[in-house]
Design a protein around this ligand. Structure first.
Ligand code: ATR
Length: 274
């Protein structure tokens, strides 16, 4: 079909009104000279597959998926990248002649933000991952691929952490426990993948859990520093970062999958901070 319409992309979620993704991808497109349009689509509960098909049938090239549809997208995809398969969640779909390809760029986005933007070494370090929900599952494989000395998953419901550790155990030294089990242990990097921040709370962590030169990273971000970012500052973290950089980096990974070019992320992160 010959058309003069720019290639169409989107992000689907609910709620979606405050999504930064349209702005990020529009900035990437302008910067790289790619002709495309990217919009936010609010999908009603239970309506994901129909919305995905409608977007594809209208000629859409691909779209991002956010809360609460990443598992629906995993089911919807005709083929999955290894990391998406493992995560059990898809945040990027590409419509290709062979079908809808599902990938998960969240974990790679986190690793790129830590390593490239902030120079945080992960190999040989002790990493603590807080939470055992979808967000935690999405970052486990890319974190383990960096070969940490150990990766401990701690969760309010300890059994969920143990299950998750079991599921990823073939990829590296990963174990699961409850928060109280962390007493007497310390870590070089603590990544918060819980939703405690939604009520401005931080999981109950024992004193000394962050080493003297440790880092903190919250997958969440907001206009104000998150509760976990503040927690890190209060405990003398070398750096205590929110998830804005990860958001832009996961978008860059998706943009690269779709368009075959890497956008510069620093100016976009700076624009969003401003
Ligand atoms: P997501 O997909 O964003 O990870 P989720 O699957 O609902 O969301 O998972 C939320 C995570 O945050 C879980 O690990 C949850 O702990 P439980 O498994 O025990 O429910 C964790 N969480 C939510 N609120 C929390 C709080 N106030 N303190 C500590 N952990 C919390």
């Amino acid at each position: 079909m010959m058309t003069n319409q720019p290639d169409q992309y989107a992000v689907m979620g609910n709620p979606i009104a405050h999504s930064q993704s349209p702005r990020i991808h529009t900035l990437f497109a302008a910067q790289t000279g790619q002709r495309l349009e990217y919009r936010a689509i609010r999908v009603e509960p239970g309506g994901f597959a129909a919305a995905a098909r409608a977007f594809r049938d209208a000629g859409g090239k691909g779209f991002n998926v956010t809360v609460p549809f990443k598992q629906d997208a995993w089911v919807f995809a005709d083929l999955l990248s290894a990391r998406a398969e493992r995560a059990g969640a898809v945040n990027t779909l590409s419509f290709e002649p062979t079908g809808a390809r599902g990938d998960n760029t969240d974990g790679p986005g986190l690793v790129r933000d830590l390593k490239i933007n902030h120079g945080c070494a992960l190999a040989g370090r002790r990493i603590l991952l807080l939470g055992a929900g979808g967000a935690a599952r999405g970052v486990l494989q890319p974190l383990l691929a960096e070969r940490p000395a150990q990766l401990v998953i701690a969760n309010r419901t300890a059994s969920r952490a143990a299950e998750l550790a079991l599921r990823f155990g073939d990829l590296g030294p990963v174990t699961g426990c409850g928060f109280a089990d962390l007493a007497g242990r310390s870590f070089d990097l603590i990544v918060n993948a819980t939703t405690a921040g939604l009520s401005d709370a931080v999981p109950p962590l024992p004193d000394g859990v962050l080493t003297a030169d440790g880092w903190c990273y919250d997958l969440m971000y907001g206009r104000e520093p998150t509760a976990f970012v503040r927690w890190g500052w209060e405990r003398g973290a070398v750096q205590s970062l929110d998830g804005l950089g990860m958001l832009v980096e996961q978008a860059a990974e998706a943009f690269h999958l779709w368009r075959g070019v890497w956008p510069e992320t620093q100016p976009v992160i700076a624009a969003l901070r401003g």
